[in-house]
Design a protein around this ligand. Structure first.
Ligand code: HEC
Length: 458
């Protein structure tokens, strides 16, 4: 054989081997301790644990055995672990996607009597801190508990969470943790930065204003919350420092990237603490904010813009209008041309219940496409902030496109109305039964070498 043929044959063998490795090389005896536990610990326990967002756990053999059938089914359908983004289109930090081999192993285990296996092969269960998706916070600030009346729907609150620190402090991550995980739908919060001498008491004023009840306007609500300085002027507001959507896992960027300067006196202003449906009984929600300090100042603070509903520029509207007639499927898009080179770190696609699919990419001035994200099957319950493994450079003059498809037919299992009704956006109404189309981009001004900076390190 000549050399090239040898090379070619070995490449083919390697390819065949790796295909076998992935799909068909399933052990004779699939056991819990050796094969199943490692898969569950790596991909499931983060949510299926005490304080996680699922109501049952994957910590013990019993947990796995009881749920073996449902597990085999849900992983095959790729419903669990929830990861709506197509991993073949783009990979992100912390993605949880099972390989074909792992899925087959879980299936075999469920169908061969769920054997336990030898105890010594069991890896240690992962440890997750209680009440955080990230770690043990340096500071935890409670949000004023909120009373939720039974069987109500869609409450939007403006909430002040004041604090005072011994000195100005750098923070790497600010994490919102809902008390009632299945009821808090989302939060978008800003940081009110006081100059120390201009505000005597950051704790004065009300903590919560129900936006449905206060009709006198936002400024009136700000006054009720006691936001202004003592002389009546307004302090600086840093937008969007703490965000939450169902299923979100906190993401810390490497030191120096992102991060915040928390002044000695400040307050988090949760613009819309949105509760979806509530339970059968009256409950109190006690959410809180975790703060993780950082050694370095925010050398390169992140910035943000958004396309679609309430777009940052008013220049990236939804096209055509987001008005979806009953019994129709409608495609919309939004686009924005970036005026400078940017490095995208995190993206967040956002639609509501009748969303069907979402895709975003950028077209460079030379016509090349930069992939951003594809979500073939939209899932209202899992709206992650997706962080790229490495920053994505989008050069000046590129146009970012976001495309969404909405299914307002009776075939959409998530359609809140039966029979289907006209659904539309209402001035950015965030009610789940109204629609939204948004693509939020978190970025830095580009610096040479950004493409090589990994965002995976903590
Ligand atoms: C990001 C969070 C998250 C991850 C990761 C996750 N789950 Fe879930 N899972 C949930 C939530 C939330 C539910 C809804 C039911 C509940 O509240 O427990 C659920 C439901 C389930 C159910 C259905 C229970 C029922 O109602 O019958 C099974 C089975 C399941 N998950 C298995 C898994 C397995 C196996 C993995 C890993 C391969 C996994 N999950 C990963 C959050 C998660």
């Amino acid at each position: 054989m000549n050399k090239r043929l040898v090379l070619l044959t070995s490449i083919i063998i390697v390819l065949l081997l790796s295909a076998c490795e992935d799909e068909d090389n399933i052990p004779e005896n699939v056991t819990y301790t050796e094969h199943v536990a490692p898969i569950l610990f790596k991909n499931c326990t983060i949510c299926h644990r005490p304080g996680g967002n699922a109501h049952f756990f994957f910590l013990t053999y019993e947990d796995a055995r009881k749920n073996a059938g449902a597990t085999a089914f849900l992983v095959k359908e790729r419903i669990m672990p929830p990861w709506p983004a197509d991993p073949h289109y783009m990979e992100f930090v912390g993605q949880r996607v099972l390989t074909g081999r792992e899925i087959k192993m879980l299936d075999k285990w469920a169908n061969t009597g769920t054997p336990k296996g030898a105890d010594y092969k069991l890896p240690p269960a992962p440890k997750f801190p209680y009440g955080s998706t990230v770690g043990i916070p340096d500071l935890r600030i409670p949000v004023q508990p909120v009373f939720l009346k039974r069987n109500s729907y869609d409450k939007f609150l403006l909430v002040k969470v004041p604090y005072e620190l011994p000195s100005d402090t750098f923070a790497g991550l600010i994490e919102f943790v809902p008390g009632k995980k299945n009821m808090v739908h989302h939060v978008n919060g800003d940081l009110v930065k006081y100059q120390f001498e201009k505000k005597k008491d950051v704790f004065a004023g009300e903590r919560v204003v129900d936006m449905a009840e206060d009709t006198a306007g936002l400024l009136h609500a700000y006054e009720r919350l006691g936001l202004p300085n003592d002389d009546g002027t307004y302090p600086l507001l840093q937008k969007s420092v703490v965000n939450y959507l169902l299923g979100v896992v906190g993401q810390r960027y490497p030191e120096g990237i992102g991060g915040y300067l928390l002044p000695r006196k400040g307050a988090f202003l949760l613009n819309d603490l949105h509760y979806g449906f509530t339970a059968k009984d009256d409950v109190w929600d006690s959410s809180y904010i975790n703060i993780f300090f950082s050694k370095s100042p925010p050398i390169r603070p992140t910035q943000e813009f958004q396309l679609g509903t309430l777009s940052s520029f008013g220049t990236a509207p939804v096209i055509p209008d987001l008005i979806i007639q009953p019994n129709t499927i409608k495609q919309v898009y939004s686009k924005y041309t970036v005026p400078d080179d940017i490095s995208i770190v995190t993206i967040n696609p956002h639609m509501h219940l009748i969303g069907k699919s979402f895709k975003a990419y950028a077209i460079k001035p030379d016509g090349d496409t930069i992939r951003l994200i594809s979500i073939p099957k939209w899932d209202f319950n899992w709206q992650y902030f997706y962080t790229f493994k490495k920053m994505v450079k989008v050069p000046k003059g590129s146009t970012i496109y976001a495309e969404g498809v909405y299914d307002n037919t009776k075939h959409n299992m998530n359609n809140p109305f039966s029979p289907p009704r006209l659904v539309r956006d209402q001035n950015g109404s965030m009610k789940a039964t109204d629609e939204m189309f948004q693509f939020i981009v978190t970025y830095l001004p580009y610096q040479p070498g950004d493409e090589n900076i990994s965002l995976e390190s903590k």
